[in-house]
Ligand binder design. Structure first.
Ligand code: ZN
Length: 84
């Protein structure tokens, strides 16, 4: 299962984020606020809609706290992955 970086929208495998490359992510629980792609800087080419979606996902991730699997399942349920 994947979770998104809420800064740039890049999807990342949960196992990769938690175990294989954990030092490369700015993460608090389910919230990834920076990844190897963006280094915590929002890409300038994102649309306003994409930025709004990512900001909404950030709030959801914060609400879920450490429930990373729950956030990944939520993303799949909402079919956010692949839209950004
Ligand atoms: Zn990122």
């Amino acid at each position: 299962m994947d979770i998104l970086c809420t800064c740039c929208g890049e999807p990342w495998d949960v196992m990769h984020v938690l175990h294989e490359d954990r030092q490369s992510f700015e993460r608090t629980g389910a919230l990834i606020s920076g990844c190897p792609c963006c280094k915590g800087l929002r890409p300038e080419d994102l649309t306003e809609k994409a930025c709004q979606d990512l900001d909404a996902l950030k709030e959801l991730a914060l609400m879920l706290g450490d429930d990373i699997d729950g956030f990944a399942a939520l993303l799949e349920d909402f079919a956010f992955i692949g839209l950004i």
